[in-house]
Structures are given as structure tokens and as C-alpha cells.
Design a binder for this molecule. Structure first.
Ligand code: COA
Length: 334
């Protein structure tokens, strides 16, 4: 079997409109996540259909940790480019770059860089996972680096499996700055416009809803304008069919001086049955911004009980690890 080149990179671009804005007037992080996923799905689906006889669609199964590097403003043009960087037997990695262009001055800035993993699911039988046509790599080193990323995420997935079994906390506590005070729920009825041609929810739609509920939690805690700073790796464990009721719960886990970590748990159920299953969960980090768009201090979090303390310590460990990684990256660039 001839090894095809990777499908040509996909480029999407569109001007940001007022309905893409958050309450602060900047482009919503969820809109950027949705565009990233659209580009990834396109390049992945195109590639997987180059050799498979059975037509398929690339389903999003994972997004690696991603940082929002610069705010995007209404009126700017967002350019999203996506290319396949690694293929395993049944999955493929897509790397996506988001640039924001000021069309008045021509200046461009890097707004986001993300890596996503897709799995091709047959159009005839959504539960049938297809093989991914391999790609040609520019060098042996490039293939080796891809394999290392693949092995690393596989290992990390084993560790995150337990979190999806976690049950929701008891009724919220109403004391200001406690976790219960800002805990928020968003309920969404899935319709055809949320879905792929398989009639299952697009990963990008779910990420946008997740960003929305996390933003509500952050704003309720600090009562200021807030922005998405980063998202930890997300695994999409289960599909969500058209007609489902999706319940998204966001709760603060950890607060540092100037950042808030929010855990978002996404459960789905059918309209008629109450029984839910955990489809996705993730940690979002938000920052509070002043009028001058500079980060503000965040009120400390009031912790009640051992369970909240445990989640706080886990969040603190992620925060410290990310901070150390950012510092190391800065030093490497100097
Ligand atoms: N991240 C990266 N790769 C993943 C993954 C994840 N979270 N989950 C599965 N994979 C890869 C595996 O590595 C394997 O590829 P390989 O054989 O080349 O290593 C391939 O997917 C199949 O894995 P398998 O264990 O057989 O399948 P599964 O039981 O994990 O199910 C899906 C895979 C796609 C059916 C299931 O994860 C699913 O339905 N997810 C939801 C997809 C979706 O609806 N996305 C939008 C969400 S809103």
C-alpha cells in the first residue's frame, strides 16, 4: 500500500463579529476552541478518507493542554491553520495554530497553539473505528517525536480515567468565595446544529459550552471581567447523541494570587431518562482583568472539608507544574 502524503494543511479564516464577544468585549475563548476543532476535524476527516473504502469522520478524542497567548478583538481576522503531524494505527494528531490579524494595520499575533487527537469512525457504523492511513514524515526525528507524544498521552490517559467516575458534590454552600457560592450549572438540549453528520455533538461545541460555564464560575467568584488563560488536556470519553440533555457543572478547585482553576464536568442523558453518564471533564484556568486589561488579584478561596482541600491541593500541584514549565520555556527562548 502506497503511503500518502498528509492531507494538505487546512486554513480557515473569518472576521470576528460582535456575537463572538464575551461580556468584556473580547473574543470568547470558546469561539477560538470551536474554530480550532473545526479545522482539526476537517483536515483529519479529509486524510482518513483518502484510503479507507468505508467513508468515515474524524471524531475528537483529546485536546492537549492549550494556552491562550494573546486576546483576540472584535474586528480582527482569525486565521486557523491545521496540519496532521502524527498518525498511529487508529488515531491521528493535528497541530493547530491560531493567528489574529488586525486588518487595519496588517499586524499579526499568535493567539493560540493546540494539538488535538482524532479517531476515524465509520459513517455506516459509528462504533466501528477505522484504520488511519499513515503519513510520510519529513525526517526520522519528526516521526520519533510524534511517537513520543503519542506514547505520552496514552500513558496520561490511563491516569485520568478515574476522574470521570467522580460524583458531583453535595448542594452548594452560599458563603461568598466558597466553592459552592460560584459553582454553576448550564443545561443544554443538543440539536442538529450542534452535531456532526454522525448526529453526535461536535467536540468544538462541547468545548465552547465548557468555556462558557467556567467563565460564569470565574466571574461569580471575582466579580470582574475574566478571560480564559489555558485549558488542561481534555479527553472526550463518550459520544453525545443528538437529542441529549447535556449538564455542565463548573466549580472552582484552586485559586492562586491571580488565577482561578475551574473544573468542568460534562454529563449527558437522554431527554426521557434521568440516568446520566460522564462524557467529558477538564480544568480551565481563568484570569481576572482590570479596566487596563492587566491581571488583577483574585479573592482567596474558602475551603470547606477534606474533599475540597484535596481538590485544592491537586489544583495547586497542576498550577506549580505549569508555572515551572512556563519558566523553563522562557529560559530556553532567552
Ligand atoms: N486521546 C487520544 N487517543 C485516543 C483517546 C483519547 N482520549 N481515546 C482513544 N484514543 C485512540 C487510541 O489510542 C486508539 O488508537 P491506536 O490503536 O492507534 O492507539 C484508538 O483511539 C481506539 O482506541 P480504543 O480504546 O479502541 O477506543 P475507545 O474505547 O477509547 O473509543 C471512541 C474510542 C472514539 C469510540 C470513544 O473515545 C468516543 O466515542 N469518544 C467520544 C468522541 C466524540 O464524540 N467526540 C466529540 C465529543 S463532544
Amino acid at each position: 500500500m502506497a503511503v500518502p502524503e498528509a492531507a494538505s494543511p487546512v486554513q480557515l479564516c473569518r472576521i470576528m463579529r460582535p456575537d463572538d464577544a464575551n461580556v468584556a468585549g473580547n473574543v470568547h475563548g470558546g469561539i477560538i476552541l470551536k474554530m480550532i476543532e473545526e479545522a482539526g476535524c476537517l483536515v483529519g476527516t479529509r486524510h482518513c478518507n483518502t484510503q479507507n473504502k468505508d467513508c468515515c469522520m474524524a471524531a475528537l478524542v483529546r485536546v492537549e493542554k492549550t494556552d491562550f497567548l494573546a486576546p483576540v478583538f472584535i474586528g480582527e481576522v482569525v486565521h486557523v491553520s491545521a496540519e496532521i503531524t502524527y498518525t498511529s494505527k487508529h488515531s491521528l494528531e493535528v497541530q493547530v495554530k491560531v493567528m489574529a490579524e488586525n486588518i487595519l494595520t496588517g499586524s499579526k499575533k499568535l493567539a493560540n497553539k493546540a494539538a488535538l487527537w482524532y479517531v476515524p469512525c465509520s459513517l455506516q457504523n459509528v462504533n466501528k473505528i477505522m484504520e488511519v492511513p499513515p503519513i510520510k514524515y519529513a525526517s526520522v526525528e519528526q516521526e520519533e517525536e510524534g511517537r513520543e507524544r503519542y506514547e505520552a498521552q496514552k500513558l496520561e490517559r490511563l491516569e485520568t480515567k478515574a476522574r470521570i467516575e467522580e460524583v458531583l458534590p453535595p448542594p452548594p454552600n452560599r458563603e461568598q468565595y466558597s466553592i459552592g457560592f460560584s459553582q454553576s450549572t448550564l443545561i443544554h438540549l443538543v440539536g442538529p446544529s450542534d452535531c456532526t453528520i454522525h448526529s453526535y455533538v461536535h467536540g468544538g461545541v462541547t468545548m465552547k459550552l465548557m468555556d462558557e460555564v467556567a467563565g460564569i464560575v470565574a466571574a461569580r467568584h471575582c466579580n470582574t471581567n475574566i478571560v480564559t488563560a489555558s485549558v488542561e488536556a481534555i479527553n472526550f470519553h463518550r459520544k453525545i447523541p443528538n437529542g441529549s440533555v447535556v449538564t455542565l457543572v463548573g466549580r472552582l478547585t484552586f485559586v492562586s494570587n491571580k488565577s482561578m482553576e475551574i473544573e468542568v464536568l460534562v454529563d449527558a442523558s437522554s431527554l426521557m431518562e434521568k440516568e446520566k453518564y460522564r462524557a467529558v471533564s477538564a480544568f480551565f484556568t481563568f484570569m481576572s482583568l482590570g479596566q487596563d486589561k492587566q491581571p488583577l488579584s483574585v479573592p482567596p478561596l474558602k475551603i470547606h472539608g477534606e474533599e475540597e482541600q484535596r481538590r485544592f491541593e491537586d489544583g495547586k500541584a497542576r498550577y506549580l507544574q505549569n508555572k515551572a514549565k512556563r519558566l523553563a520555556e522562557k529560559e530556553r527562548q532567552m
